[in-house]
Design a protein around this ligand. Structure first.
Ligand code: ADP
Ligand code: MG
Length: 204
């Protein structure tokens, strides 16, 4: 069965609203180790996603994800726009209209690989990948209820970026002074994971 349009709509809305609600927090994190625009960038992008929500949610899941990705690429300034754009575009390319858990795990792995190519980056460099990769592993390995397991994996992984030294992105310019702060993109990825899993649980 295809993902029902109302569930798709509620999930995209939850993600966009969560990011918009946490924009100041994300900007504060980026003020510590970047240029202080991560929340502003993502609020612009996900605000545009919200403005297009009706049209996007009327599409099948793969096309809807590609529409979100295209909007993020176009509207978000900064490194995170092309990277989150790539993530959603690749998920749209990889997921069938009615994905199983195994489909989701495989598609997320492929989407993370696409982000790594785009960012010339890999996990361990204090970026969004340090949340996305552990969440993908939890998705592939969990065999019970998923939501809480994925949220815990994401929150722990975001917390684990605090003691890391950044070697990619703007924060890497700080060298050792990037240590001691959570990576803004890691936090936004954890927010997205929380919003998606809570929306899907709400529907279950
Ligand atoms: P900018 O760094 O251009 O100001 P943002 O502030 O919107 O862009 O996003 C910063 C976040 O993007 C970082 O916290 C990090 O998680 C992520 N990021 C930056 N560069 C890369 C990269 N090469 N690969 C993966 N993630 C990256
Ligand atoms: Mg920034």
């Amino acid at each position: 069965m295809d993902v029902p349009a109302d569930l798709l709509k509620a999930t995209i809305r939850a993600v966009a609203e969560r990011i918009v609600a946490h924009a100041e927090e994300l900007t504060t994190l980026d003020q510590a180790i970047g240029d202080g625009d991560h929340g502003i960038n993502l609020r612009r992008g996900f605000g545009a996603v919200l403005a297009e929500l009706d049209a996007t949610a009327a599409k099948p899941l793969p096309e809807a994800l590609r529409a979100v990705g295209t909007t993020l690429v176009m509207k978000v300034g900064g490194a995170s726009g092309p990277l989150y754009g790539t993530l959603f575009l690749a998920l749209g390319k990889e997921l069938p209209a009615a994905p199983t858990r195994a489909d989701a795990a495989r598609a997320l792995a492929a989407a993370i690989a696409a982000v790594q190519v785009r960012g010339k980056s890999e996990p361990g460099q204090k970026t969004m990948l340090d949340v996305l990769a552990p969440v993908q592993r939890a998705l592939a390995e969990a065999d019970g209820p998923l939501g809480a397991a994925l949220r815990q994996a994401a929150d722990q992984a975001a917390e684990a970026t605090v003691p890391m030294q950044a070697t990619r992105g703007r924060a890497s310019f700080l060298g050792p002074r990037s240590i001691g702060h959570m990576d803004p993109g890691a936090r936004s990825s954890a927010l997205i994971v929380a919003a998606v899993t809570e929306a899907l649980e709400g529907a279950a």
